[in-house]
Design a binder for this molecule. Structure first.
Ligand code: ATP
Ligand code: MG
Length: 479
């Protein structure tokens, strides 16, 4: 998961959590407020009923009391409890005198609530009021128990007064709040997600640009990253990277200068040795034993010359080759190479290509050096048939150098591109190899933005593959 997606997801998570907390708090506060208001209203209604009832009680006038005191939205019921010692069952089974403003129906509470009323003289509860065909109405009920104020009746007569109001308005307000909040949240989350994604993308753009430019460092001969004019972290990063590149370059330069100087210093004495050996061999009388020694000195001297040249080459690669990278026509280059090498050994070099012209991003001299190295390796190994096969996968060009030589044992393959690595030290050395050829090949190919790899099977042959960046063919007048 990339940074952009991660930041977006994190923002969405934080946003969702905040919305959840805000939503839950608003819901809880509103719910509390609405219930408190309703309770206060019922409390108020019941005290008015009690007051009125005590003031003008006459048997049979309770209905009037309720009608006079209660607003139309509040239900009310007054039960006159006849039994001496009322029990919860008295409300249901025994005879009580009832008057009500609940569409002619009684409020029937669960027995537990009646018990609580008898014990505490007060109860808060909810009850269901049947509504005929429609679903029953849920009510908040407040009930109190008072002593009957009447003298004619028994001292122990109790009056239960209930008032109630439907909970539907509260419930639908809360449901509406949830719905609105849900839609708002979805909108906020979508907007937040999209904005964050875009914004993070914009913020990271300069970083991506730097990454891309960093990839190009050395491939295109670029040694510095462009530093943006801003004063932000990205500019600081570019500056820091540039300082690091400078230090690295300095270190590389010091190292390769040493290598180059050493190689250069070695060249002069070797040339002198070879010159003197040549002089001795050509101009002075030498006997057979001396000649053999001198020949050996000459061979070793020549080998040393090649070694020194290769070392100079590698030193150059580390200091950063200044390539002239431009479109190079590959098929022509390979065909020339084939024509050059075929007469030098007992076999042939062939070119196989799907197109007559294939252009790659490269430096033509260096590219020639790469394939010359690979072909001469195959010839040195004893191959008879060498095929240079051009393939065109995607936007790359792959050249496979296929030989029918003895092959390379698998354990050597991972080390083949290391400096001074030779499979058969004695024999390869005798053949004049210094073991630097493939290291140079790899350095060149990588500097060109390509790759090189090897596959081999003992007894069947070896294939080196070089992948390069494909180029568009330049217009004819520029070739
Ligand atoms: P130089 O190229 O510097 O003259 P070299 O050829 O010995 O020396 P490399 O080109 O680096 O060095 O090759 C390393 C070793 O890999 C060789 O010594 C050889 O043993 C082995 N090798 C390379 N190519 C092949 C091949 N096509 N078939 C068999 N062995 C190979
Ligand atoms: Mg070689």
């Amino acid at each position: 998961m990339n940074l952009r997606t991660r930041i977006t997801l994190l923002t969405l998570l934080v946003l969702s959590l905040s919305l959840l907390v805000i939503g839950a708090s608003v819901y809880a506060l509103l719910q509390r407020y609405l219930y408190q208001t309703l309770r206060a209203e019922l409390q108020d209604a019941i005290s008015q009923v009690i007051q009125q009832y005590q003031a003008e009680f006459t048997i049979g006038s309770s209905g009037d009391v309720l009608n006079k005191v209660l607003p139309p939205s509040v239900y009310g019921e007054i039960d006159l409890l006849i039994p001496q010692n009322p029990t919860p069952e008295s409300f249901v089974n025994e005879v009580i005198a009832t008057t009500s403003r609940t569409l002619g129906q009684r409020l029937l509470l669960p027995p537990g609530d009646y018990a609580q009323l008898l014990q505490n003289k007060e109860v808060w509860t909810t009850a269901l009021l049947p509504q005929g065909d429609r679903p029953p109405e849920r009510l908040l009920v407040h009930g109190v128990l008072i002593k009957s104020p009447t003298a004619p009746l028994n001292q122990d007569t109790w009056v239960a007064i209930f008032v109630a109001k439907p909970l539907r308005p509260i419930e639908s307000t809360l449901a509406e709040l949830s719905r609105v909040f849900l839609f708002t949240s979805i909108f906020v989350l979508t907007l937040g997600g999209v904005l964050t994604y875009l914004l993070v993308g914009r913020t990271l753009e300069p970083l991506e640009a730097i990454t891309q430019k960093a990839e190009e460092v050395s491939i295109k001969g670029r040694t510095r990253l462009p530093e943006p004019d801003t004063h932000d972290e990205v500019a600081a990063l570019a500056r820091a990277l540039n300082r690091m590149l400078e230090r690295l370059e300095h270190a590389f330069q010091t190292q390769s200068r040493f290598l180059a100087d050493a190689s250069h210093e070695l060249r002069t004495p070797i040339t002198a040795i070879l010159g003197h050996v040549g002089y001795l061999l050509r101009r002075t009388p030498v006997n057979d034993v001396q000649r053999e020694s001198l020949e050996t000195i000459r061979r070793e001297g020549e080998r040393m010359t090649k070694l020194v040249t290769d070392l100079l080459d590698l030193a150059g690669s580390e200091g950063g080759w200044r390539f002239e990278v431009r479109p190079v026509e590959l098929v022509g280059l390979l065909s020339e190479l084939a024509a050059e090498y075929t007469p030098t050994f007992d076999g042939e070099v062939r070119v196989e290509t799907p197109q007559d012209e294939v252009w790659v991003e490269a430096d033509d001299e260096r590219l020639h050096q790469v394939f010359a190295n690979l072909v001469s390796n195959a010839i040195k190994a004893g191959a008879r048939h060498i095929t240079l096969r051009v393939l065109l996968p995607g936007d790359r060009v792959v050249v496979r150098v296929i030989d029918d030589g003895p092959g390379i044992p698998a354990e050597h393959l991972p080390h083949l591109f290391e400096r001074f690595y030779r499979v058969d030290k004695a024999r390869d050395r005798a053949a004049g190899g210094s073991g630097l050829g493939l290291a140079i090949v790899k350095a060149i190919v990588e500097a060109l933005g390509g790759e090189v790899w090897v596959e081999s099977e003992v007894g069947r042959g070896t294939t080196f593959s070089v992948s390069l960046r494909r180029a568009t063919a330049p217009p004819p007048h520029l070739r």
